[in-house]
Write a protein that binds this ligand. Structure first.
Ligand code: MSP
Length: 495
């Protein structure tokens, strides 16, 4: 059986990881957990993009050689993924030997097939993007993304024949409307390709820190050409044995998760390279939006870079995982502020889910001696909740995470309201049989909630299940103690 294959971008090693990197990687983890919960075998690949002038310069600034510098930053990334409980299967580095070797062989192959050829390039280059721009693409003469000066570069270079794939790309977009997702981002790409594709430069003579072209070692391979290939090399692609079992069990990729600023690379250049190699195209490229902080772009100079580890240390991992996927529809831009985080934490987690959970479990202990009968029959409320499940799963499949959470929190609100309507504390005196049935229903409903929140909040889900696994065995210490809140309320004065 082919695995469900999810990728994140390979992150540059010139910065420490921040909330932006965490966002894409968490999305991949959430999708993986959602699929796995349905018994689907998943392969999740992430990693680091380590070559190029930018990283060479950053390493020099720190008096390190680029590989040594990369080794240190890689540890920071791996550490962050550990803190965030990212369940990845493989961490690829573009400096991995097997990757470098495949990239060289692929480059040679494409020279032989005529898809790569030698020429001269004159262009405007932004070293932060590692990308060339046309005059018309600049904003006030500067790089449109980094707003910094571009350099005029003339050099001998190898070109990739991107123009040759224009029609096939357009046909692919037309026949596979899901390929470019979300659909509201597709038009920009289609228009760009329709305007006419130019061949792109895929080697540099001025950049030393890169993979060398085998037949022409004064050239290093353009970082984007190198980095994009990770998606196949990491999955076991071997140019001399492209049909090997490992690769066949993973490729084609089901979803490349990326940020919107690198959509073109993934939606245009990447599929064209695959076409040149005769490799099947991925199912979907999904471009999400960008986080700003208090309305501003994150940057070192502004000093406003959000480090997820600090938030996790202060408020807990699951609260962070919840917030960034609840607050903003996946695909759109969002703004992070600690005030909004605290507001949502208190309303949705402390009061909403946390309160519902504590109330129910405490009542089961108090009124039912912590003994839980089997699944309730003919429960209106349980059936009402079950009916929501299909829509939740559908939203998850569509990567509409905030909408899935919306539905789950609607269910939580219904349950909290039901407690207020049924008034179990009164039933305890008037109608113990009805009380028993009601609490039983609540426990089963909470088990559903625990199942639904699992991809987003695996620890909370496990904790809930632990308490909800109430059976015949009676533990007096458990009965006597009150449940520790899942999400203690944040007091106003806490930062
Ligand atoms: N190395 C390239 C990608 C090569 S993929 C073959 C690169 N690296 S990066 O370190 O700049 O990471 C970019 C990715 O980080 C974005 O595509 C996005 O996934 C994530 N984010 C970085 N900053 C972000 C925000 N402020 N908001 C949301 N995500 C952003 O580009």
């Amino acid at each position: 059986m082919k695995k469900y294959y999810i990728t994140t971008p390979l992150y540059y090693v010139n910065y420490k990881p921040h909330i932006g990197h965490a966002y894409t990687t968490l999305a991949a983890d959430i999708l993986k957990r959602h699929k796995k919960a349905q018994d689907i075998d998943v392969y999740l690949q992430t990693g680091t993009d380590e070559h190029g002038i930018n990283i060479q310069r950053t390493a020099e600034e720190h008096n390190k050689d680029p590989k040594q510098w990369a080794d240190e930053i890689v540890e920071e990334f791996k550490n962050m993924w550990k803190v965030l409980h990212i369940d990845y299967d493989f961490f690829i580095r573009t400096t991995d030997e097997f990757h470098e070797k495949q990239v060289q062989l692929i480059f040679e192959r494409l020279i032989n097939t005529g898809d790569i050829y030698k020429g001269n390039y004159e262009g405007l280059y932004c070293s932060s993007c590692e990308n060339f721009y046309d005059e018309g693409e600049l904003v006030e003469g500067m790089c449109p993304i980094h707003k910094k000066q571009v350099e005029k570069v003339v050099e001998e270079t190898y070109f990739f024949k991107l123009s040759k794939y224009q029609d096939r790309l357009l046909e692919h977009y037309r026949k596979n409307p899901e390929f470019l997702s979300p659909s509201y981002r597709a038009n920009e790409i289609i228009r760009f390709v329709e305007m006419g594709l130019k061949d792109i430069s895929v080697s540099r003579t001025k950049v030393k820190w890169g993979i060398k072209v085998l037949r022409d070692p004064s050239h290093t391979i353009y970082v984007w050409f190198d980095a994009l290939l990770n998606y196949i090399t990491g999955a076991g692609y071997d140019i001399n044995n492209p049909d090997n079992e490992k690769f066949k069990s993973i490729w084609p990729c089901d979803v490349h998760l990326i940020g919107k600023e690198i959509f073109r690379f993934h939606a245009v250049i990447w599929p064209a390279i695959l076409m040149a190699l005769n490799v099947e195209l991925p199912q979907k490229v999904y471009a999400h939006g960008w986080w700003t902080v208090n309305g501003e772009k994150m940057s070192k100079s502004r000093g406003n870079i959000i480090n997820p580890v600090e938030i996790v240390n202060n408020y807990g991992l699951d609260a962070f995982r919840y917030f960034i996927f609840r607050e903003v529809p996946f695909g759109q831009d969002g703004d992070f502020s600690i005030e909004m985080f605290k507001t949502r934490y208190n309303s949705d987690l402390a009061n909403g889910l946390g309160n519902l959970f504590s109330r129910t479990v405490n009542m089961v202990r108090k009124y039912l001696n912590n003994v839980m009968p089997e699944k309730p029959e003919n429960s209106k409320i349980f059936t009402e909740l079950l009916l929501m499940q299909d829509e939740i799963y559908q939203k998850m499949d569509e990567l509409q995470f905030s909408y899935a959470l919306d539905i789950i929190w609607k269910a939580i609100a219904i349950l909290n309201k039901e407690i207020d309507i049924q008034k179990p504390w009164e039933l305890a005196k008037k109608d113990p049989e009805r009380l028993k049935k009601f609490l039983n229903e609540m426990v089963w409903c909470l088990r559903l909630i625990a199942r639904w929140i699992y991809p987003f909040m695996p620890d909370t889900s496990a904790r809930m299940n632990m308490y909800l696994a109430i059976g015949e065995a009676q533990d007096k210490t458990v009965e006597a103690s009150r449940v520790v809140p899942l999400f203690p309320k944040i007091e106003n004065n806490k930062n």
